[in-house]
Design a protein around this ligand. Structure first.
Ligand code: SF4
Length: 122
């Protein structure tokens, strides 16, 4: 039996998952899925930043479009460490496609406009 808190929504149900993967304590089916996934293939969203070439905006915030396998998070951060942004970016632009063949894209959560940074009009 394993105890955990469901983090799928703000309610934060207290879950119990037994060795047969029977989930109790969940108020909705998403909690059952979360409990089973935590026991068999835990995943996490990844939020981070990547470097840019621009001193006015040296880091650009990014996140995974969906959750990544928990065991691959540190490797994904290493991949992001190798990225350097050198062009305009809009929120939602793909920064790393299919990171580590997980099928998950890393996308921008902030905007970078080189023209604005340089004080030029577009
Ligand atoms: S079980 Fe359902 S209601 Fe409870 S925290 Fe998870 S998603 Fe929210």
């Amino acid at each position: 039996m394993k105890e955990m808190t469901c983090i799928v929504c703000p309610v934060g149900c207290h879950l119990s998952v037994d060795d047969a993967l029977k989930v109790t304590g969940n108020r909705c089916p998403r909690g059952e899925r979360y409990g089973i996934d935590e026991m068999t293939q835990p995943k996490r969203m990844l939020t981070s930043t990547v470097r840019t070439l621009f001193s006015h905006h040296p880091r650009l915030s990014v996140k995974s479009r969906t959750a990544l396998p928990k065991g691959m998070i540190f490797e994904a951060i290493s991949v992001l460490d190798s990225i350097i942004i050198d062009k305009n970016v809009k929120i939602g632009d793909v920064i790393v496609s299919n990171i580590m063949n997980t099928g998950v894209d890393m996308i921008a959560t902030s905007e970078l406009s080189i023209d604005t940074l340089n004080g030029r009009s577009k």
